[in-house]
Design a binder for this molecule. Structure first.
Ligand SMILES: C[S@@+](CC[C@H](N)C(=O)[O-])C[C@H]1O[C@@H](n2cnc3c(N)ncnc32)[C@H](O)[C@@H]1O
Length: 268
């Protein structure tokens, strides 16, 4: 039964990301907007300094087209980038071919659930917008903790909290206005820029842990860091802007609604 669920979620992810891969960076304004890129860059730079006796070995899982991988390479890491989607892996390899040739980048096309590394192989393990895609993110995080060196850091950036506590009526109302405006802005932007639409894709199974009914659970993630004896961990909740074009209702959303993203920095 569990096997079956895992296989179905994996299959859904392969299908969705096969289509998304080619347009990925165009359709994800919430990731590739200037503001979000700046936030990620500065977080990674701070984390880089946090690692004890850093040997600059990183694992980026669910790497996609290399949002984090590229930044880690620029920070001087040798990166193992892993993704379940063959199309994402192939784009990633093409984009960072120089680093592949220089043996600074290894790309693995596999579900994260199926791989194993040496104990303490990595100084830094990262993922961005991946946890909600994993059939069992708890087991994965627990398994990955073993591959992290003592003094190393785990960086998890993920969709989360607006699903965590049930939004009340007024929050739902504000969220709807914000989302509607975002949708309008994105639709116009997509039309002007002739970006293909992927509205036909069904994300219900691929993005399993991103719904009001079942969502990533902060308490469970924190308990893994405790169980695996991490020295410290912090959780930073934040609101994402979610579009290329700035949506003025964002301030209202930020004021009234729970943050929709979470960053965990956990040092072993
Ligand atoms: C929303 S994308 C994020 C990509 C990238 N991290 C970024 O920041 O743009 C999620 C990625 O996770 C990958 N993925 C989903 N399930 C996975 C799994 N079980 N193992 C490895 N990768 C997975 C998808 O193929 C996709 O590339």
């Amino acid at each position: 039964m569990v096997e079956d669920f895992q296989a179905r979620v994996h299959k859904a992810n392969v299908q969705v990301h096969r289509v998304e891969a080619k347009y990925y960076e165009l359709i994800h304004g919430e990731i590739y907007s200037k503001g979000e890129q700046k936030r990620i860059n500065s977080a990674l730079k701070r984390i880089d300094k946090l690692i004890d006796t850093n040997q600059k070995e990183a694992l980026d899982f669910g790497a996609g087209t290399g949002n984090l991988t590229g930044k880690l390479l620029h920070l001087g890491y040798r990166v193992t980038a892993l993704d379940i989607s063959a199309e994402m892996c192939s784009l990633l390899k093409k984009k960072y071919k120089r680093y592949v040739d220089e043996k600074k980048l290894r790309v693995i096309n596999s579900p994260i659930e199926d791989v194993s590394f040496d104990k303490g192989e990595f100084d830094l393990i990262t993922c961005y917008s991946v946890l909600h895609h994993l059939p069992n993110y708890e087991t994965v995080l627990q398994k990955l903790s073993v591959f992290l060196r003592k003094g190393g850091v785990m960086y998890l950036d993920h969709e989360s909290a607006f699903y965590s506590d049930k939004p009340n009526k007024s929050e739902r109302f504000v969220r709807n206005i914000y989302f509607k405006c975002n949708w309008l802005l994105s639709t116009s932007y997509v039309k002007i820029k002739r970006i293909p639409s992927v509205d036909f894709l069904d994300y219900s199974l691929s993005d399993y842990w991103a719904s009001d009914e079942h969502h990533t659970d902060h308490a469970k993630i924190a308990s893994i860091f405790k169980k695996e004896n991490f020295g410290f961990f912090i959780r930073i909740d934040y609101h994402s802007t979610r579009t290329w074009l700035f949506n003025p209702t964002f301030y209202m959303y930020k004021y009234f609604c729970q943050p929709d993203m979470t960053l965990w920095i956990a040092k072993k």
